[in-house]
Design a protein around this ligand. Structure first.
Ligand SMILES: Cc1cc2nc3c(=O)[nH]c(=O)nc-3n(C[C@H](O)[C@H](O)[C@H](O)COP(=O)(O)O)c2cc1C
Length: 187
């Protein structure tokens, strides 16, 4: 009986530690990160402009996807700015022809740092008098389900969303690079 009770106690302890680690990981993943602007110069005198705003995750999968998207767009002639979502970023993105927003999925949601930024930026874009820039939303995750996008329908309404894509271990960096090339071609 003593062994059974000890076993149950250890099991609860392990579950508790696992939950603590999960909560810690999710809350760290949601927080804004430091500014990290990178600009890849485009081709020609007046290249089209894209901005990729992505929340870097813990294992750098999202960072690598963002960089491959940027490399594909840049190969297609675009000037590409990369940065992380945060207060330091302008909420006026009307100067860009293409806006790409991305984040890892943790516990079925995109990072709060990104969704908070989207709440500020997207209504302004929807009201812009000129032609709305194309917008791409991407997530990275281990699962094929895309409920994280469904949660953002209200924020994205009225915008020119041309693609919502989730990169899973099966859909990887080469696909991100090819998507960058494709987006640069179909402008
Ligand atoms: C605690 C935790 C929760 C996760 N929740 C989800 C989830 O709900 N859906 C999903 O598709 N992937 C989920 N994942 C997998 C991550 O989204 C995936 O590994 C992601 O590509 C990591 O990106 P990063 O390296 O940029 O952090 C989870 C991973 C961890 C560690």
């Amino acid at each position: 009986m003593k062994y059974v009770l000890n076993g149950i106690g250890m099991l609860f302890g392990l579950v508790f530690v696992f939950m603590l680690i999960t909560v810690g990981v999710v809350s760290a993943a949601n927080k804004p990160k430091r500014e990290n602007e990178q600009i890849l110069p485009g081709k020609g005198d007046t290249p089209k402009k894209a901005i990729i705003i992505y929340q870097p995750g813990i294992t750098k999968v999202t960072t690598r996807i963002a960089q491959q998207l940027a490399a594909g767009l840049n190969e297609g002639g675009y000037e590409v700015t990369l940065n992380h979502p945060g207060k330091y970023l302008s909420t006026d993105l009307s100067g860009y022809d293409l806006i790409i927003l991305g984040s890892p999925t943790y516990a079925g949601q995109l990072a709060k740092a990104l969704t908070k930024y989207m709440e500020q930026v997207c209504p302004k874009l929807a009201k812009a008098p000129d032609k709305a820039p194309r917008l791409v939303l991407f997530a990275t995750g281990g699962l094929e389900q895309t409920e994280e996008f469904d949660r953002l329908t209200h924020i994205l309404s009225g915008l020119n969303v041309v693609r919502k894509i989730k990169f899973t271990p099966k859909k990887n960096e080469q696909i991100a690079y090819d998507l960058g090339i494709e987006l640069a071609k179909n402008d």
